[in-house]
Design a binder for this molecule. Structure first.
Ligand code: ATP
Ligand code: MG
Length: 396
């Protein structure tokens, strides 16, 4: 009997037209995540199988639990047989290692030519177990052990435990997006949610040294590293925003600082997105959270870009966002107290209902096109891996 990991895709199986693309993307993502582990991956339409050495299975299943598109992970034993008598014998052998008083047999047949129905197989197997293992009983409601039998065309798979995967779509299957990643709580959560829907992310961070510290930047790198776990590495574009921010600060009425600053961030983000073939921007904006996130502000800021801006957290409460941040382990990093470029230039009374006409007028006061091009030219790009070889991101 060969031990292996069997994966179920769930939601994917309903995507008939795109199933090939979905499966290939999932397979590539799994390969990427397991690249340093010696294993063999096989797959057919409904299932994927990963074979490795006994000592690797724990690590393999841990990693698979972070890969979107997988709905269930089972440690199975394969027998190249599908006669019920053989299945029964193999189960008796395997169940020697388990202690239980009650059990339930659950059979699934993907081979519809199989001569017995699932119920008949379960009944037969149940009989074999009752006859050969002393003092056990069937309990269909709350058994100590589920005896799962899956009969496929060329083989049968036996397993006793299920691990739930994180679901979603395989990363990259929906193309690429650019995440505006700050050091706050919201944007890493927004990124996670976009990745979960199959969007492969690159990220952009705006820094303003010396007004923002190296610690603030390292914090963003740590957050990117958390996201890299789900995204199969992540490219981070770091934009030096100091000159633009100082020009805004010197020339523009302070109540419009944030509005104009964010319009500049959007412009730069859209250019980076265009360069890397990202189809959408993703950010952590949430309706009403701060002055720049009123509906008027959002529309005035959004006006500078044509591409869609995805705001996964638009309708979430802060407490709901914090809950996800804790679950994906970004919260503790996000609350470290290093100033982000926004917080340093925050005016006392930011405008809540900015006027587009005034934005046009104020923006004429700074040669922002040149400043934007310069910032883009000087950007630093890092490729950040979830498990860096030497604890440092590779600078590209
Ligand atoms: P918080 O959790 O404190 O709200 P935040 O990251 O959401 O932090 P906001 O000022 O609310 O900060 O910014 C809204 C969104 O704009 C962010 O979620 C992020 O997507 C983007 N953003 C803000 N500042 C930056 C920055 N310095 N670099 C990149 N993106 C930024
Ligand atoms: Mg926010």
């Amino acid at each position: 009997m060969q031990k292996m990991v069997m994966l179920k895709y769930g939601e994917l199986s309903t995507k008939k037209g795109n199933i090939g693309l979905f499966l290939n993307t999932l397979k590539e993502n799994i390969k990427g995540s397991l690249k340093d582990i010696d294993c063999d991956i096989r797959f057919d339409k409904g299932r994927m199988f990963i074979l490795s050495k006994e000592e690797n299975y724990e690590e393999v299943t841990n990693r698979l639990q972070n890969i979107f598109g997988i709905h269930e992970i089972d440690i199975v034993y394969e027998i190249k047989e599908n006669k019920v008598e053989k299945i029964g014998q193999s189960l008796l052998e395997l169940l020697k290692n388990y202690e239980f008083k009650t059990f339930k047999v659950v059979t699934k047949r993907s081979d519809k030519r199989y001569p017995l129905t699932s119920m008949e197989v379960s009944r037969f197997i149940g009989g074999v177990l009752l006859k050969n293992i002393p003092e056990i009983k069937v309990d269909v409601h709350n058994p100590d052990i589920y005896v799962n039998v899956e009969i496929r065309n060329d083989a049968t798979y036996l397993y006793f435990e299920k691990i739930f995967g994180i679901g979603g779509y395989p990363v990259g299957v929906l193309g690429k997006g650019l995440l505006m990643l700050s050091g706050g709580i919201d944007s890493p959560v927004a990124g996670y949610m976009a990745i979960k829907r199959g969007v492969k992310l690159e990220a952009v961070y705006f820094e303003s040294p010396p007004h923002t510290s190296i610690e603030a930047k390292n914090k963003v790198i740590s957050l990117a590293r958390k996201l890299a776990l789900y995204n199969n590495d992540i490219k981070l574009h770091i934009i030096n925003f100091t000159e633009i921010q100082e020009a805004i600060y010197k020339n523009i009425p302070h109540e419009y600082l944030i509005t104009i600053m964010r319009r500049m961030m959007y412009r730069i983000s859209a250019k980076i997105a265009g360069n890397v073939n990202a189809k959408v921007l993703v950010n952590g904006e949430s309706i009403g959270q701060v002055a720049s996130q009123t509906l008027t502000s959002m529309s005035v800021i959004n006006e500078v870009v044509k591409m869609p801006v995805i705001r996964p957290l638009a309708c979430f409460d802060k407490l709901e966002i914090i809950e996800i941040a804790k679950k994906i382990d970004t919260y503790e990093t996000s609350i470290l107290p290093f100033e982000d470029c926004c917080t340093i230039f925050v005016p006392k009374h930011p405008v809540i209902n900015p006027e587009l006409e005034l934005c046009y007028q104020y923006e004429k006061l700074i040669a922002y096109e040149d400043l934007i091009n310069k910032a883009l030219k000087n950007q630093e790009i890092m490729k950040i891996s979830a498990t860096p070889k030497n604890n440092y991101a590779d600078i590209l």
